[in-house]
Design a protein around this ligand. Structure first.
Ligand SMILES: [Zn+2]
Length: 120
């Protein structure tokens, strides 16, 4: 039994579906950017090659972030299906709707997230 109202749950599900589509677009862009480094020395100078490699590294880092976020979005959508969405994975307390509106893929309440960050 979810602590969220059905209307809140419906809104968050729409949000998660949009987020999923957005992340899939981002991932395609990341992968395209991460794969296209022009190493032809005749065409690009040394500086622009360094630029390109930096952009590639950034795209790879972004890709990792987006992949992890997509995993959390999938997990959240699965939880909605199971009817146990909106609870902290750590302490089991209901995550406030305000927090879920900002980050619908959250696995943890703010308290547990802070504890995790502090313990590394
Ligand atoms: Zn918690």
């Amino acid at each position: 039994m979810s602590a969220l109202k059905p209307s809140q749950l419906a809104a968050l599900k729409i949000h998660l579906n949009e987020l999923q589509q957005q992340l899939e677009v981002f991932l395609n862009l990341d992968e395209a950017a991460a794969g296209t480094v022009e190493l032809d020395q005749g065409k690009v100078g040394r500086l622009s090659r360094i630029d390109a490699l930096q952009q590639q590294a950034m795209a790879q880092a972004n890709s990792e972030v987006h992949k992890q976020q997509l995993v959390r979005v999938h997990r959240a959508l699965h939880k909605i299906e199971q009817g146990d969405y909106g609870y902290c994975d750590e302490c089991g307390e209901a995550i406030p709707f305000a927090r879920l509106q900002v980050q619908p893929e959250s696995d943890f309440c703010v308290k547990c997230l802070q504890t995790q960050e502090n313990t590394g």
